[in-house]
Ligand binder design. Structure first.
Ligand code: HEM
Length: 420
C-alpha cells in the first residue's frame, strides 16, 4: 500500500506542478473533466505524463490508437491488487468483468471469445428486440406519471436497460436493486482503489458478483433449456471454448456494461436538452430525430470518458516515437470535442452533419459490442419520454456518478408536468 500511496503523492505533486496528464488522473470523482482535457489538447496531440504514460485528446490520434494493431488492451488497476476470494465466498473464483473477459484480451483470442456472444448483438438481433424494448419503456414511463419531483435515474433511466439486459442474460428483474448497487460501486472503483478501504470494497464487489453468477450458472447446468445468453456462456465452458472464470467475467461485463452506461444516455440527454431550449423544441416537434439526439448526447458527454491501450511494439504516434510498453490514455470524451472535427464542439446540436463520428463506443476490435443495443434503448426511451411528457424538465441539480470514467447523473430530479 505504501507503493500506492507514494504513486498517488507523486501524481498529486505533478498535477500541482502543472502537468496536464496528472491533472486529469487526479480529477476528483464525479467532477466534469472537460476543462482539464482542454489543457491536454493545448499541450499537443500526444502528451507525455510520468514514465511511459501518454494521453491524447485528439480525435485522429485516439482513433489511430484504438484501431492500431500495434496497440493492445490493458488490464485495469484492479489487476495489480491480485485479489483472492474472501472467506465465506461460495465460488472458488474471484474475477474482474474487464480483466478476465474478452474486453482485456488481444486478437486472435479476443476474436474467438467475442464471437461466442456476438450473434446476440447483431443488427438483426436488435430489430427482433425492438418490440420488447418498446414495451419495457412504456411500462416504466408509468412510474414518472405523477405530480411533483421524481428522480429520473432511479425511476426510469436505470430500470429500462436493466430490464432489457436481464431479459438477454436470463436474470430475474427482481434483482435490479442489487445490480444498481454493483453498477455504482463498479463505476466508482474501476479506475483503481485509492486506499485499503477501497481495496476491501473492490474485493467485496467482485466476490458478490462471482457468487451470484456462479449460482446462476449452476442453475443452468441443473435445468438447461432456458435459451438465454448466460446458458450460451455456460455451454461454451462445458464445450471447452471458454474458462469458468471467463464465463463469470463475461456475464458480469455484459450486465454492468449493459445498463450503467446506457442509463447515462437518458440522464445526459435530459440535462443537455434542458440546457438548450431551442434544440429541445426542435426535438419535440420532430420526435423521429431521437436517433440523432442519442448520437449528439453520446458525443457531447461520453458515458465512458476514456479507454487505455498499451503499445505492444515500438511505434511512432503523432510524430512521437513510443517504445514498446508505452501506455496511452485515449480521452474519448475530449476526442468528441475536437474542434478540428466538430464545429463549436461544446454546443449541443443534434443537426450537425457528422453527429455519428464520435468515439464514445471506442473503435477497432474492442468497439463496444452493445453499441446497437444502447442506441436502440436510447432512441426508444427518449422518443417515448418526450412524447408522453412534453413538459418534462429538470427540477434540481443533477448529482453525478462518483467516477472518473463513467459520466452521467446518479440523481436527476425532474418534473413531468412542469410549467413549460
Ligand atoms: C451508452 C452505452 C455504452 C457505452 C458508452 C459503452 C462504451 C464502451 C466502450 C468505450 C468500450 C471500449 C472499451 C475499451 O476498449 O477500452 C466498450 C466495450 C464493451 N462494451 Fe460497451 N458501452 C455501452 C453499452 C454497452 C452495452 C449495452 C453492453 C452490453 C450489453 C456493453 C458491453 C460491452 C462489452 C462486453 C465491451 C468489450 C468489447 C470488446 O472488448 O470487444 N456496452 N463499451
Amino acid at each position: 500500500m505504501s507503493e500506492l500511496a507514494s504513486m498517488l503523492r507523486g501524481r498529486a505533486r505533478a498535477a500541482r506542478d502543472g502537468d496536464p496528464v496528472a491533472a486529469v488522473l487526479q480529477l476528483p470523482r464525479g467532477r466534469s473533466g472537460y476543462a482539464r482535457y482542454e489543457r491536454v489538447r493545448a499541450a499537443g496531440d500526444l502528451v507525455r505524463g510520468r514514465g511511459r504514460l501518454y494521453m491524447s485528446a485528439s480525435h485522429a490520434t485516439c482513433g489511430e490508437v484504438l484501431r492500431g494493431r500495434q496497440f493492445g488492451a490493458v488490464p485495469t488497476a484492479a489487476a495489480k491488487l491480485r485479489l483472492t476470494p474472501p472467506r465465506g465466498q461460495r465460488s472458488a473464483l474471484l474475477v474482474h468483468p474487464l480483466d478476465d473477459s474478452f474486453a482485456s484480451v488481444d486478437p486472435p483470442e479476443h476474436t474467438r471469445l467475442r464471437r461466442i456472444v456476438a450473434p446476440w448483438f447483431t443488427t438483426a438481433a436488435m430489430k427482433a428486440r425492438a418490440g420488447f424494448v418498446e414495451r419495457v419503456v412504456e411500462d416504466e414511463l408509468d412510474r414518472l406519471d405523477r405530480p411533483g419531483t421524481v428522480d429520473l435515474i432511479d425511476e426510469f433511466a436505470l430500470r429500462v436497460p436493466s430490464r432489457v439486459i436481464c431479459e438477454l442474460l436470463g436474470l430475474p428483474p427482481a434483482d435490479h436493486e442489487r445490480f444498481c448497487r454493483w453498477g455504482l460501486e463498479f463505476g466508482t472503483l474501476v479506475d483503481g482503489a485509492r486506499n485499503p478501504g477501497e481495496v476491501r470494497r473492490t474485493r467485496t464487489l467482485l466476490s458478490e458478483m462471482a457468487d451470484y453468477f456462479d449460482g446462476q450458472a449452476a442453475l443452468r447446468r441443473r435445468e438447461p433449456g432456458r435459451d438465454d445468453l448466460l446458458e450460451v456462456l455456460v455451454r461454451a465452458v462445458d464445450q471447452g471454448e471458454m474458462t469458468e472464470a471467463g464465463m463469470l467475467a463475461t456475464a458480469e461485463a455484459l450486465l454492468i456494461g449493459g445498463f450503467v452506461t446506457t442509463s447515462n444516455i437518458i440522464g445526459n440527454a435530459v440535462v443537455a436538452l434542458d440546457a438548450a431550449p431551442g434544440q429541445r423544441e426542435e426535438f419535440l416537434s420532430a420526435p423521429g430525430q431521437a436517433a440523432r439526439v442519442v448520437e449528439e448526447v453520446l458525443r457531447l458527454d461520453a458515458p465512458a470518458q476514456y479507454s487505455v491501450r498499451v503499445a505492444n511494439e515500438a511505434v511512432t504516434l503523432a510524430g512521437v516515437d513510443l517504445p514498446a510498453g508505452s501506455v496511452v490514455v485515449t480521452l474519448l470524451a475530449a476526442a468528441n470535442r475536437d474542434p478540428g472535427v466538430f464545429a463549436d464542439p461544446a454546443r449541443f446540436d443534434f443537426t450537425r452533419p457528422n453527429v455519428r463520428d464520435h468515439l464514445s463506443f471506442a473503435a477497432g476490435v474492442h468497439y463496444c459490442i452493445g453499441a446497437g443495443l444502447a442506441r436502440l434503448e436510447g432512441e426508444i426511451a427518449l422518443r417515448s419520454l418526450y412524447s408522453r411528457f412534453p413538459r418534462l424538465s429538470q427540477a434540481g441539480r443533477a448529482r453525478y456518478c462518483p467516477s472518473r470514467v463513467i459520466r452521467g447523473p446518479r440523481l436527476l430530479p425532474v418534473t413531468t408536468r412542469g410549467a413549460r
